[in-house]
Design a protein around this ligand. Structure first.
Ligand code: ACO
Length: 336
């Protein structure tokens, strides 16, 4: 049977950096409050001149380069994002920008901060059950576009970024993808969402309007609404359980894990999960102080930095977990 493994990673962030002190100039907050409660010091934000598609393309190019794979060898592009630049999906635009000439399938996966984990598991399943060799999994989000920049309870948390990995088919004895565990709980949507809202339409469409239910409904999306305490509690409760379950399915014990790599939402969440799993701080990957919560991008962004800095080495076992809006959460045990 077929196995699959991670063979490359890459990331890209916008150039504009916003520090906690910068934020304190337009909302009532402070560097101390933000860094003590969240561990975040800086975040990167896309400006009007940049696009998420080009950021995702850059991250993908770096992952392909590391994997020594040409765009033409890519069999599928999974774009994990809740902020695509086309409601119908941005994945085909990335496929086009990369120059994948064989027209491989490219589609979006929408699951907020868990998106990348879902993409990773989907890629592994596609490879195991289908004819695919090389699947590019991209996590990218620009939540800055959906944040109320006058709301200090949310605008301090988020940043924009893109990260990508290449998942490649291999012999089963070289398999680098072990147990996984994925969940959703729609009941928790009330704690974290950016829901559709109806806009006023000021035109009427003739006398048939009343009969046909016209005028049509025009919609947009609300800014991010969040109950921080509930999200915090959810993450600290569900993520350790999910990782335990993935480890059990993989038949791997906690003590064999080289790195704990969680979605980078809040340093206190990361610390609490690590404590519950008894993973010492020196085996925890964290880079959110520089980037904030970058949603679907956070795991591949942190992985890429850890790989390029030499922390994560070939053969290392990683327990990775995402969690966020939906609610959705999930984990996977992978070898780098
Ligand atoms: N600066 C200064 N004061 C603030 C700020 C701020 N930026 N934000 C809130 N406060 C105030 C509040 O108004 C409140 O004041 P009050 O006591 O006078 O009412 C006080 O600080 C405490 O606020 P809490 O909300 O209770 O603070 P808490 O300790 O819960 O920290 C935080 C808030 C950082 C948001 C925390 O709950 C958290 O990180 N939760 C997880 C959130 C998260 O990770 N979300 C992303 C999920 S991933 C995804 O899918 C998008």
């Amino acid at each position: 049977s077929k196995g699959c493994k991670l063979v490359g990673c890459g990331s890209a962030v916008p150039t504009l950096q916003i520090s906690n002190d910068d934020l304190a100039e337009f909302v009532d907050t402070s560097d101390e409050w933000i860094s003590v409660r969240t561990g975040i010091r800086n975040r990167r934000v896309l400006t009007g001149k940049e696009s998420l598609v080009s950021l995702a393309t850059e991250a993908s190019r770096r992952a392909l380069q590391m994997a020594e794979i040409e765009p033409d060898d890519v069999d599928m592009v999974l774009f994990c994002s809740s902020t695509p630049e086309d409601l119908f999906g941005s994945a085909p635009q990335i496929q086009k920008a990369l120059g994948c000439k064989r027209n491989p399938l490219a589609y979006d996966i929408t699951a907020a901060c868990s998106g990348f984990m879902l993409g990773l598991v989907s890629a592994a399943c596609h490879i195991r059950g289908g004819p695919f060799q090389n699947i590019l999994v991209i996590g990218a989000d620009a939540l800055s576009r959906f944040v109320d920049w006058t709301d200090r309870t949310t605008c301090i948390l988020f940043g924009d970024a893109a990260g990508a990995v290449l998942v490649q088919a291999c012999d089963s004895e070289h398999d680098g993808f072990f147990g996984f565990d994925l969940h959703s709980d729609g009941d928790g949507q009330r704690h974290l969402n950016a829901v559709m809202k109806e806009n006023e339409v000021d035109h009427t469409l003739g006398s048939n309007g009343a009969v046909l239910g016209f005028p049509p409904q025009h919609v947009s999306y609300s800014n991010i609404q969040m109950n921080g305490k509930e999200v915090f509690r959810f993450a600290v409760r569900c993520v350790p359980q999910s990782i335990e379950s993935a480890l059990e399915k993989a038949g791997i014990s906690r003590s064999n894990i080289d790195w704990l790599l969680l979605h980078q939402a809040n340093q206190r969440i990361i610390d609490a999960v690590a404590t519950r799993l008894e993973v010492p701080p020196e085996r925890v990957i964290a880079n959110l102080s520089n980037y904030g919560n970058t949603s679907a991008a956070s795991i591949p962004l942190a992985l890429d930095e850890a790989v390029r800095s030499g922390k994560v080495k070939s053969g290392h076992l990683i327990a990775a977990a995402g969690f966020g809006a939906g609610l959705t959460w999930g984990s996977a045990i992978v070898r780098w």
